[in-house]
Design a protein around this ligand. Structure first.
Ligand code: GDP
Length: 481
């Protein structure tokens, strides 16, 4: 029988969801409730394993939950460049409203640019007030339905389970809108979401499959560990022979304990630090030059004053963006946020403990401390301009990649010039949408079979690039001098 052609959406991978919010607002209770109510118990008598994530079933579909609540794990992953989370559930207690860590979570979610669904929890508690929560969220720029926005907010009780099914359905709906890419055909790539050294089993790690699939017997490698997969264990304690997209699995067989956020690929060799750095840069380098700041100050008054002064700084090119601002001392969480968003921390009369300072050094986060406001402003004005104008480059030509082919084992970008001129030897910036993919140099240029030295508006030509250049059809290649 011939298969009927339908327009139905292609089944992509399940969404990967993290839960964030203020302490005691019910993150753990929610994750526990979903695990108990929605995880099919093992047929093989496996024992539930806490491997850092689990998969829940809703109306025959699957959602992967990272079950370390809070943003520490989330940031640790992002600071290493591994964006595993597709959606965040922001838990806000209806009897408490928006609190400092709610705000912090919002900054993390915005910085990661992932969609969110708000769970207004503790609806059963006396004093529950949905409108107050929605108003509080609006003040933080999170506009839910009825407040001029379209962020979905679902009232729930994690304790009784009331509303949780609706929350799960909304998670599926919102992630359907985000159209997660089907990566099942890609080469395997997995991110470490948990790891430890087991007395009997050696190095164990939980990997979340981002791309492709992982099988028992595969040889894998990350920045600090490698090995042959001896066993794959699900959160139900079952051994499986293969793990597919968005599936969390415990793996045995590693030579060393990898860090959370490390990326595993297939292979035996060591992944070079250079490639890693390139991957990180790909994710975080914004197209517009931008200086990102994280502000900490002793009082709300000075915080606002500094923020206002920063907003009024005029820069000749690019922009200054305050990623997060808060009163109080500089915390480990600030360092993680700064590392994952590549921000500089500005501490005004805000103490920095030794532990925090050494974490900052480890994560290469810059903290600038001040006690005098004019000093801070003077330095900022100079510093920001200096940071934004490290290199002045002029775009001399622009071309779009219209085709890709191979010649003598080299990848050739078939381009059409849309502006100016591109010449052999020019330095080029490659961008895909908003993402900066890096720079390279034009190595060879050809028109049909003939070698050429430059191409102008309207010309079609093929070129090869020197340097680690990734390009695809639709990318823009700009020549700069
Ligand atoms: P977390 O710090 O965000 O992980 O919060 P927990 O899940 O540990 O919950 C903190 C407290 O709130 C616990 O005492 C829970 O029993 C309670 N709690 C969580 N969800 C609800 C709820 O829906 N209703 C009520 N009344 N209490 C809840």
């Amino acid at each position: 029988m011939a298969k009927a052609k339908t327009n139905a959406k292609i089944q992509t991978r399940p969404p990967v969801v993290a839960v964030m919010g203020h302490v005691d607002h019910g993150k753990t209770t929610l994750l526990d409730y979903i695990r108990k109510a929605r995880v099919a118990s093992s047929e093989h008598g496996g024992i539930t394993q806490h491997i850092g994530a689990y998969q829940a079933e809703v109306n025959g579909r699957i959602i992967t939950f990272i079950d370390t609540p809070g943003h520490a794990a989330f940031s640790a992953m992002r600071s290493r460049g591994a964006a595993v989370t597709d959606l965040v559930v922001l838990v806000v207690a209806a009897d408490d409203g928006v609190m400092p860590q709610t705000k912090e979570s919002i900054s993390h979610i915005k910085a990661a640019n992932v969609p969110m669904v708000v769970a207004i929890n503790k609806m059963d508690a006396p004093g529950a007030n949905v409108e107050r929560v929605k108003k509080g969220l609006a003040a933080e720029g999170v506009l839910v339905e009825g407040y001029g926005g379209d962020v979905v907010a679902v009232p729930i009780s994690a304790k009784s389970g009331e509303g949780v099914k609706e929350l799960l359905e909304m998670i599926l709906l919102v992630s359907d809108l985000a159209e997660l890419k089907d990566t099942s055909q890609a080469n395997f790539e997995g991110v470490v979401i948990d790891s430890s050294l087991d007395k009997y089993r050696g190095a164990v790690a939980t990997i979340l499959v981002k791309k492709g699939s992982l099988k028992v017997g595969d040889q894998v490698v990350s920045n600090s560990a490698s090995g042959r997969i001896k066993a794959l264990i699900t959160s139900n304690g079952e051994r499986v022979s293969q793990a597919v997209g968005s599936m969390p699995v415990g793996i045995l067989g590693l030579t060393a304990v990898p860090a959370v956020g490390e990326v595993f690929t297939l292979g035996k060799g060591k992944v070079g630090e250079e490639k890693k750095q390139q991957e990180r840069d790909d994710i975080f380098v914004p197209k517009v030059k931008e200086v990102r700041l994280l502000l900490k100050a002793d009082t709300a008054g000075s915080l606002e004053a500094i923020n206002a002064a920063i907003e009024s700084i005029e820069v000749s090119e690019g922009k200054v963006n305050v990623v997060h601002k808060e009163t109080g001392e500089v915390t480990e969480s600030d360092i993680l946020l700064a590392a994952s968003t590549k921000s500089i921390i500005i501490a005004f009369n805000a103490p920095v403990s030794k532990t925090v300072a050494s974490l900052a050094a480890e994560d290469k986060v810059l903290i600038r401390s001040y006690n005098l406001i004019y000093e801070l402003l003077d330095e900022l004005k100079e510093g920001v301009d200096a940071l934004l104008n490290v290199k002045k480059e002029e775009v001399v030509g622009k071309a779009e990649v219209v085709a890709i082919f191979k010649a003598d084992a080299a990848r050739v970008a078939g381009c059409k010039v849309s502006e100016g001129q591109l010449s052999k030897g020019d330095k080029v910036n490659i961008t895909r949408g908003e993402r900066n993919l890096g720079t390279a140099k034009i190595k060879t240029m050809k028109h049909l079979q003939e070698d050429i030295n430059s191409a102008s508006v309207g010309d079609e030509f093929g070129m090869t690039l020197e340097g680690k250049a990734d390009f695809a059809v639709g990318d823009i290649i700009e020549a700069v001098r």
